[in-house]
Write a protein of this length. Structure first.
Length: 221
């Protein structure tokens, strides 16, 4: 019998690679992709991608979506409360594991594991400790397609927002910027690849600056 799992889903390349890795084993039943959406903006929290594009994305993946709605400027307490309520419902229905696309941030992994242990669940990290140079290039060579939707302008020039993640993109990254953006340097939206039944189409919209973050809007096409 396959293990039933949830996948923490941002819509970006790391969660896509984590999903790919667990799917190829054939050992898991993916009950739902879990994504936080910020009300008011109606966009994926942190990444800023429109919910309508998220829905098209998961439709192409052929998987159920569970959205957790957060208020604008949500506190960590609100996040934990709403996440706990959602996960407990799945746990009562026999789901014990949540899959994450984390790569090397020990404090983030420890936070997730501690949080899940309080509700009797555990985390799985299928791309943990993968070399991020290798992982980024594998993502490209496997045929995944992604666009940068947000950059932290403290570490990366705003011109990177709206660029496709390709070999040239990786070559142009400044020294010290992780090629997978694991330190939060940039976030992405994956719109095609081996786990998709068809591409998610969009046009590139306006650029929005919010604090130190530069968002590039994607408009469904």
């Amino acid at each position: 019998m396959k293990e039933r799992v949830l996948v923490s889903w941002s819509g970006g390349k790391d969660s896509s690679m984590a999903l790919y890795e667990i799917q190829k084993t054939g050992q898991y039943e993916i009950v739902a992709l879990v994504t936080t959406v910020t009300d008011g903006y109606d966009r994926i929290s942190m990444h800023g991608v429109r919910r309508s594009l998220l829905e098209r994305q998961v439709e192409s993946l052929g998987l159920p979506l569970h959205t957790i709605h957060l208020s604008m400027n949500a506190t960590n307490e609100e996040y934990e409360s709403k996440m706990k309520a959602a996960l407990e419902e799945y746990r009562r229905n026999g789901v014990q594991t949540v899959v994450f696309g984390d790569i090397f941030l020990e404090d983030i992994r420890r936070y997730r594991e501690d949080f899940l242990s309080k509700i009797g669940m555990k985390g799985a990290f299928p791309i943990w400790r993968r070399d991020t140079n290798e992982l980024a290039r594998t993502f490209i060579t496997m045929g995944f397609k992604a666009i940068v939707v947000c950059v932290d302008t403290k570490v990366l020039d705003r011109s990177f927002a709206g660029q496709m993640i390709e070999e040239e993109f990786l070559r142009r990254l400044p020294p010290g910027v992780d090629p997978c953006g694991e330190n939060g340097e940039f976030h992405s939206f994956v719109f095609d690849g081996p786990i998709f039944t068809r591409p998610v189409t969009f046009t590139i919209g306006e650029t929005v600056l919010r604090d130190s973050f530069c968002f590039r809007d994607l408009v469904p096409a």
